[in-house]
Design a protein around this ligand. Sequence first.
Ligand code: AMP
Length: 409
Amino acid sequence: MNKKTIESVDVKDKRVLMRADFNVPLDDDLAITDDRRIQSALPTIKKILEGGGRLILMSHLGRPKGKPEAKYSLAPVAKRLGEILKQNVPLAPDCVGDVVGALSEGVKSGECLMLENLRFHTAETIKDTEAKQDADKRAIKDEFACSLADLAEVYVNDAFGTCHRDNASMLTVPKMMNGKPKVIGYLVKKELEFLGSSLAHPTRPFVAVLGGAKVSDKIGVIDALLPKCDHVLIGGAMMYTFFAAKGTTTGKSLVEPKFVDEAKRLMEIGGDKLLLPTDSVVASEISSNADSKTIEGSIPDDLMGLDIGPASISAFSNVIKNAKTIIWNGPMGVFETPPFDRGTMAIAKVMADATANGATTIIGGGDSAAAIEQAGLSDQMTHISTGGGASLEFLEGKPFLALEVIDDA
Ligand code: AMP
């Protein structure tokens, strides 16, 4: 995907509307607990401010139900960004409307304004498929997007975590900015380069490690990666749907019965490429206090599989050690609850060793990124994606409509 970047636009004295992904985690006191998403947007923000642009930032935060809610205000983000940039970042009272229009006019070169949460309006998340079938919804989405588009002369998409969505700010706004430059920022560029080049020209052996709760979420990605990878390793709860497909009993483990046939199909097309764990760490419940033990193969009725066992860790580690490109999405077990974090932590360590030995290691965001952070190994991976859902859809090969409307390079 060869798209124009922020490098190609002279932003001097122009109003630049930048869609960022400031969906940061907040604690009960509304303090930001992890500001990685703000930090990731900084290169593009600084480029615009240093180039004399008049920056207008927009983002969503959390899942408000289409109306203002104090706990989803972008105020903490505006404050933190102001501290980092050492300049005032005022927060507009809304993201559209006359007051916002006037505020955007008042932004001077080298200054920036943060718009309030886009999801305080239902229009932001109306899907294009819904809008196609419902003229009222189309009108609401278009009117909202038009108000945003009117705020600026340049559009920048640097919200990789939202690139798989057809939200108004991601898709409809740039569509409406006809004749005005529409570019990607450095974060989106970096994500596309790492994910794109690892898929298009992987140094081999190329290995994918997939885990997490649901096989139903990952069928598309397994299908897409099997022809490209030398090995696909399966862990997490989804391994038990494959166990069921093999006729191995799974006890109380999380199995998706509707997807057993899909698992069979994937095992058939995957053959030796698809590696399943041979042992599990099991317990009667998800609790650090529960008695846990390792068992091979079949799981008795009263127990559930909560992590990959030591023999599987060892087999997976050997494959990863010999790989030159490794993509990881989804934890190997219930990593939030020790001792069921051991498989995930062990794989994180092997990935870090692989990076040190020259392999390219890519973490697909979401829970895998949280697990790597928990292991203290974030700085030992080649690339950690800021978008869990987006990176998964990218790996699946789904088109990103929000990027298709950006100017071609
Ligand atoms: P996902 O969002 O699909 O990547 O799933 C991540 C979640 O899967 C984490 O919250 C893990 O606790 C959970 N998970 C991983 N392995 C298991 C397992 N064996 N049983 C239940 N949950 C699991």
